[in-house]
Design a protein around this ligand. Sequence first.
Ligand SMILES: [Zn+2]
Length: 135
Amino acid sequence: MRSCLDCYREFERTSNSRKRCILCATAQRRIRAAEHYASHKEEIIIKNANRNAKNYIRLSVRQHHISIFGNKKGNGTRSCYSGMLFFKDWDPARGGSFQAGADWIVENIGERPNENASLHVDHTTGLGFAPNNLS
Ligand SMILES: [Zn+2]
């Protein structure tokens, strides 16, 4: 047994480096995390915004898939997308991934779509939701 550095309660010694009981160790981790956030707030906000932008593109790819094929319950299709093709490598139903589509979009179109710019599918080519048919 060992005495906690903060509350002096006895606790089971699981390793030599442990100096606090579970409760105090958890509390200390929370304080450290809050301190870290306070001193890196700006970077963290930018990092999260970038991650959300990337997520947003993946979600947009997924949303187009739903507009064409519907969700698991078959809901969410939109008539203007009915019968549209969806690129195989981006289609999880056929071994592809939405992320692959999102990666292609970021590389070739840029950080679009974002909250301000939606993804446009060319309806005239018959290629559907596929590389080189988006803008
Ligand atoms: Zn303690």
